[in-house]
Design a protein around this ligand. Structure first.
Ligand SMILES: Cc1cc2nc3c(=O)[nH]c(=O)nc-3n(C[C@H](O)[C@H](O)[C@H](O)COP(=O)(O)O)c2cc1C
Ligand SMILES: [Fe+2]
Ligand SMILES: [Fe+2]
Length: 395
């Protein structure tokens, strides 16, 4: 039997750990150490559950709830997001607790009904709606596009807690549940990777919501997200980090990604890296087919320049570069520069195509594309090195 874990007086973790998960949201977000689906039970005159878990883990969630309340009834279920990692357990939970009053944002009601066989009522909520469960009051804030149109978060002033759902999530599995005793940089880096792969296309909406939450002057001691650790010691750090993420704050940093069969494109990539490095910049360089896309997008977030290279194969770019560019376009980055490069044998067009797609993806060209016929000579490599140092100097 699974048991709940107490977080603070009146609040219990009743979620699930998906320790085998390495492909969060399918291929979209490869992860390293598994995922959690956090659900929180708040004990008051009325008993309230915040979020459910992915469907296959509903038994865990039910057992953990039972370990706290025994045969008592659940009074309320607040569903903060319609995506199945949080709403998948709703139908079974409603079956177990048919008298529970279910709340969700208007968009969530619609989206959850379009995915699950629901024949029970769900009360729609909007920003600033509140419920009182006895000594605790809960205020709801719609969080559209962080990460679906139906997301919501909930603040409880008496508990000084934000139940934030997808916002402020990360994929850290910690059996102590909170950030206490963990390395701060590691926690923020994991949150950054999550942001880069879940929220990045919606930075404008995130910035607006952070502003709104800031204007509410909330006294926050705990942020309890629906994935990963609970923020306790690093609350102000994660809030500041989200400001940076949403502003796409960049530093003197180049991320170079490429794919290369005979190392010709790779040699150009390495010369560019040395050029940026000698100019004093941070450099990250990744072969695309063997690097987790989630790491690359985490590193791109605070880079000033993104360099994309591919050899030419059957008159086209490599498959992994094409997939990367599609992901780049979907990420809707703003304020960053791009540089395309690549080797060819007899069809010198791929580097230009890369440049064109990068421009369409919102990157301003830092220099015209570098087109390399077969193996780069010492002169060619020096040219690439110089282009990188010139770009670094100019920015
Ligand atoms: C499977 C394969 C297909 C290729 N097809 C083309 C092509 O259609 N047009 C072309 O210009 N070069 C073609 N090439 C030549 C490569 O573009 C050339 O060798 C280039 O220098 C490879 O760069 P790389 O070492 O970075 O992969 C092909 C090479 C390979 C391995
Ligand atoms: Fe989500
Ligand atoms: Fe989620």
């Amino acid at each position: 039997m699974k048991k709940a874990k107490k977080i603070i007086d009146s609040v219990y973790w009743v979620g699930a750990r998906d320790i085998n998960c390495r492909d969060f949201h399918g291929e979209l977000f490869p992860i390293e150490e598994g995922a959690t689906y956090n659900a929180y039970l708040v004990i008051d005159e009325q008993i309230t559950l915040f979020d459910t878990v992915e469907e296959e883990f509903t038994k865990d969630c039910l057992e953990r709830i039972h370990s706290v309340i025994g045969d008592k009834e659940l009074d309320n279920i607040v569903l903060q997001h319609a995506e199945p990692d949080h709403s998948g357990g709703l139908v079974q939970l409603q079956k177990a607790y048919p008298n529970a009053h279910i709340y969700a944002s208007t968009g969530c009601v619609r989206n959850v009904k379009a995915q699950f066989p629901i024949d029970f009522d769900i009360t729609p909520l909007k920003t600033n709606d509140t419920i009182c469960t006895g000594k605790f009051n809960f205020t709801f804030v719609e969080m559209q596009m962080i990460h679906w149109p139906d997301n919501m978060l909930t603040y409880c002033p008496e508990l000084k807690t934000v139940f934030s759902n997808d916002a402020f999530g990360q994929h850290i599995i910690n059996y102590q549940l909170t950030d206490q005793g963990l390395d701060k940089d590691y926690c923020i880096r994991q949150a950054k990777e999550y942001y880069a792969n879940i929220v990045l296309p919606y930075t404008a909406q995130t910035a607006a919501k952070l502003k709104l939450i800031g204007s509410m002057n909330l006294d926050i001691e705990y942020i309890m997200p629906a994935h990963g650790i609970i923020w306790k010691d690093f609350v102000s750090d994660i809030l500041a980090a989200y400001q940076d993420f949403a502003a796409l704050t960049s530093k003197n940093k180049a991320v170079i990604v490429y794919q290369s069969v005979w190392n010709h494109t790779q040699e150009l990539a390495e010369s560019l890296a040395e050029g940026f490095g000698d100019a004093g910049w941070d450099v990250k360089i990744y072969p695309l087919s063997t690097t987790r896309s989630s790491i690359i997008f985490r590193e791109i977030m605070d880079a000033k320049v993104i360099c994309v290279g591919s050899g030419t194969y059957n008159n086209d770019m490599s498959y992994s570069v094409a997939a990367f560019l599609q992901h780049l376009k979907a990420s809707k980055l703003k304020g960053k520069k791009g540089l395309a490069f690549g080797a060819y044998g007899w069809f010198p067009r791929v580097a230009g195509t890369l440049e064109q797609i990068m421009t369409e993806a919102g990157l301003e060209s830092a220099h015209e594309a570098i087109k390399q016929n077969f193996q780069p000579s010492d002169n060619d490599l020096e040219n690439a090195y110089n282009i990188a140092t010139e770009i670094a100097k100019a920015l």
